[in-house]
Design a protein around this ligand. Sequence first.
Ligand SMILES: [Ca+2]
Ligand SMILES: [Ca+2]
Length: 109
Amino acid sequence: MITYVTATDEDDGTNAEWTYTIVDRLSNEFTVDGTNGEVTTLRPLDREEQDTYEVYTSAVDHGESPRSGHTYVTVTLIDINDNPPVFESDSYKATVPEQTSDIFVITVK
Ligand SMILES: [Ca+2]
Ligand SMILES: [Ca+2]
């Protein structure tokens, strides 16, 4: 679980009962529990690919003419150290004269 959303409804009976849903049906990153509003991730997310998500969430009541409320959940990914340092080149070549010390060789990047 990453967070939970809560709604209130001032009506009575089924008019004041509701189900939570995520509005963007194409979203395959997050889901919300219809009953308790718990928002969870559906797959591992990569901060280096996308670091924040706006999850548009709604509560739809069970009245005869259902009414709904909406909110945005902003999810920010925390970095984990999953990438190693990478050199610009797989190999480097340098030449230096023999019989010398403390001589510049090359800068690797
Ligand atoms: Ca209502
Ligand atoms: Ca990372």
